[in-house]
Design a protein around this ligand. Structure first.
Ligand SMILES: [Zn+2]
Length: 98
């Protein structure tokens, strides 16, 4: 399963890079803004471009960076989600000693 991990707050998105891009802009706090800016984007410009055309080019470019840098290929999420429980016998068998 492909997941995307926010490099700032470790939020995990299973929906895709665009979803994580939306998360980063949606948070809008200092650490997320700085990450976006550190990738050569201008946070404020991407935010502004949303109003002109939702999912505009700047947005897609940011998503492409997120795709490259935060993508995690997780092996077998179903097996990983369930911890293996070792069952104890319900009760000790009594009178086993002859
Ligand atoms: Zn985040």
């Amino acid at each position: 399963m492909i997941t995307y991990h926010c490099p700032v707050c470790n939020k995990v998105s299973r929906k895709g890079a665009l979803d994580l891009a939306r998360h980063m802009l949606g948070r809008g706090d200092k650490v997320h803004r700085e990450w976006v800016n550190s990738k050569g984007f201008k946070y404020s410009e991407i935010l502004a471009s949303q109003f002109n055309s939702f999912g505009g080019n700047a947005y897609k470019e940011l998503a492409a960076v997120i795709e490259r840098e935060t993508r995690v290929d997780e092996p077998d999420p179903i097996a990983g989600a369930k911890p293996i429980v070792v069952k104890k016998p319900e009760r000790e068998i009594e009178g086993q000693e002859a």
